[in-house]
Design a protein around this ligand. Sequence first.
Ligand SMILES: [Zn+2]
Length: 267
Amino acid sequence: MRHLAPYQSGLWLAEYGDIRCQLCRIYRSIPQSQLVPTHPSPSPPNNYSFFTKLRQQVNNRSNSGLLCSHCHHSIAWLPKPFEVDIAIGTSLSIQAATYYDYPIRQAIRAFKHHEDMTKLPLLLHILRQLPRPHGCHQDNSVIVAMPTTDQRLVKRGFNPVSILAAQLSKHWHIPLWQGVERIDDTISQQGLTRAERLGNLNNAFALIENPPVKRLLLFDDVATTGSSLQALGHALSGEYTDLSVINSKNSNPYHLSAYALAHGSQS
Ligand SMILES: [Zn+2]
């Protein structure tokens, strides 16, 4: 018998679990396609007939609803993207799906630090709110998940960001690329000032191979000041690569944009 990785139970819950909302556990969940972000909840979430709902669930497993309309609309989606400088004259735009507040904060922390896989369906719902970038497809783009160090992987036993990035890849139909490694075990970013964070992350990333495409979609779970994504973007900006072909043509050979589940305030 094949053993499932622990996170697969969370994915199983997301796809085949009950059709209750993953947040309130009271109302029935609504398929993503019926959640129009620009309109506030127009009707009570339990207006759908049971059989209509069930049919939708069966027909559309891969995009089944995970939250009810009420809970979905109670969350502030898609904060304005913020920018960080990654090279001279080049900035990186970071789009988060929502803010790092209750109940998202608790769900992310439970998933990351306590391997609480029952939170994975909620995190997948959040992930699915990220707008797929225009013009990006599997031939011209890759997703670059924030790498972790071997030490952290051993300590934690799993890599939460890679699990989420794999689901984003599946959702957007854009492949993952793992050509960057985290080369030092920098101290935790928590509690550091912005300047300390950047210094801490300096030289933390190294390219192991050239990106196969021009458009790189960076992904992390939480972006607070954006310093981790900034350092990753900096490593990928071409400024420090020794790729003479690329450098001779253009100092910014790649088009980078960044995505996160949540944008946290620094507190
Ligand atoms: Zn709900």
